[in-house]
Design a protein around this ligand. Structure first.
Ligand code: AMP
Length: 416
């Protein structure tokens, strides 16, 4: 039988990577709790209706990227490509009352062309704020929470790009001006943008083609088609971030690509580290989404998703660290097992080097596996009721009695 490979664009996760991802999720949740945000977990599968109308049929996600399947009962289901629409669906179904703030994490699925930082199963940490009416403070707090988490986990070199998509009417008016401007240059546009000129012209603004970008630089800007109220709102959000010392760049080319977005939009980018897939998070306001999904409450929302696969590419390497102690003996015996278990129950990370064999070889193995400390339990130690504790970094060794072992190791680990 041939060994099957994992599905293209989907990967296996191993030890340190899983620990890093969990670290981000855990720090994110701890910080979000300080903002009064509570957990929600939705299923991986949703009815396709949750996404089709809400994200928009002309969006890449709905048009090209959804994993759709028919189940045995004849329902058409979709592996969730994003988190916002499922959380809104869950909020409405549970009859929750406004206002609410939610955090969630887990895999999302999009049938995209895999490359560095782009997978078909990828992980997001997301937050959604639901309120009765638009509020500058809500937008500012939601963005501030993302900034708080990003900086807390050790990412310092990144840019927050901030833009506005205005209201639906303002976008429609702008869309016409944009098409009128681009139409004469149609043949100069990339193939993708030529298609988008008819279906979703705003997406041309975030085209990666240098030719398209040169044209777009000359194109009219949505900012200039905003009514005073929308413009003021955007200026107030900018001021709110400035007041909190959160740096941002105003970016007129943020489009986000899903129909439900309007007004405040933003992306977190690290171009120096991530290459062409430089956005490691993004989000925005979605005022009409709740009512379009059947909510009787007239609410609005704002949220973001941080891409954990990409964050892990820019996370400082030393972020997750646990000092591990290895217990070495000539054979596997009950005393070693008892010591190992006692240390684990005291909260210490500890591994027993299994198998027969000489202490020297076991010491080498422990060193290779990154041991912070080793405990040698030999004949002398048994007789004297003590173990030899070696600090692997300094190579210094010390005899410690069984009774003092936990306290000694805790003190020693705290200073690693
Ligand atoms: P989006 O929902 O498209 O705004 O994505 C939010 C964040 O999720 C992005 O900024 C990326 O960091 C991440 N992301 C989106 N699609 C992928 C993908 N195919 N692979 C890895 N990360 C992704």
């Amino acid at each position: 039988m041939t060994i099957q490979k994992s599905v293209r664009g989907m990967r296996d996760w191993w030890g340190t990577d899983v620990a890093h991802r969990r670290f981000i999720e855990q720090r994110g949740a701890e910080i979000a709790a300080r903002y009064g945000v509570s957990w929600v977990e939705t299923p991986l599968l949703e009815h396709q209706g949750v996404f089709i109308k809400t994200l928009g049929e002309s969006s890449d996600v709905v048009g090209k990227e959804m994993y759709t399947l028919d189940d045995k009962g004849g329902d058409t289901l979709v592996l969730r490509p994003e988190g916002t629409a499922p959380v809104v669906r869950a909020f409405i179904e549970a009859g929750e009352q406004l206002p609410q703030k939610y955090i969630y994490t887990g895999p999302m699925f999009r049938y995209e062309r895999p490359q560095r930082g782009r997978y078909r199963q990828f992980y997001q940490l997301g937050v959604e704020y639901f309120l009765r009416a638009p509020s500058v403070a809500m937008d500012v707090e939601c963005i501030a929470l993302a900034h708080h988490i990003i900086t807390d986990i050790g990412i310092s070199s990144y840019n927050l790009h901030l833009g506005t998509l205005g209201s639906r009417e303002e976008r429609m008016a702008y869309r016409e001006h944009l098409v009128t401007f681009l139409e004469p240059y149609k043949n100069d546009l990339s193939e993708e943008s030529q298609r988008r000129l008819a279906s979703n012209p705003l997406r041309i603004l975030d085209s990666k083609s240098p030719n398209d970008q040169a044209l777009v630089a000359e194109a009219p800007r949505l900012m200039d088609y905003l009514q005073p109220e929308s413009r003021q709102f955007f200026d107030d959000v900018c001021q709110g971030l400035t007041d909190l010392n959160i740096p941002y760049l105003v970016d007129n080319l943020i489009v986000r690509g899903l129909d439900y977005y309007g007004h405040t939009t933003f992306e977190f980018k690290a171009p120096d580290h991530l290459g062409s897939q430089d956005a490691f998070g993004g989000g925005g306001r979605y005022d009409g989404l709740m009512s379009s999904m059947g909510s009787k409450q007239d609410g609005c929302g704002i949220g973001w998703g941080l891409g954990l696969d990409r964050i892990m590419l820019i996370l400082p390497p030393q972020t997750v660290h646990q000092a591990v102690t290895y217990v070495l003996s000539m054979g596997e015996d009950a005393l070693c097992q008892r010591i190992t278990q006692q240390l684990r129950h005291s909260g210490l990370a500890c591994e027993m080097m299994l198998g027969d064999g000489n202490i020297g070889k076991k010491m080498q193995q422990a060193h290779k596996r990154g041991a912070a400390f080793t405990l040698v339990v030999g004949e002398n130690e048994r007789i004297n009721q003590q173990v030899s504790v070696k600090n692997m970094q300094s190579s210094s060794a010390q005899d410690v009695s069984f009774g003092d072992l936990v306290g000694h190791l805790k003190d020693a680990q705290a200073s690693v």
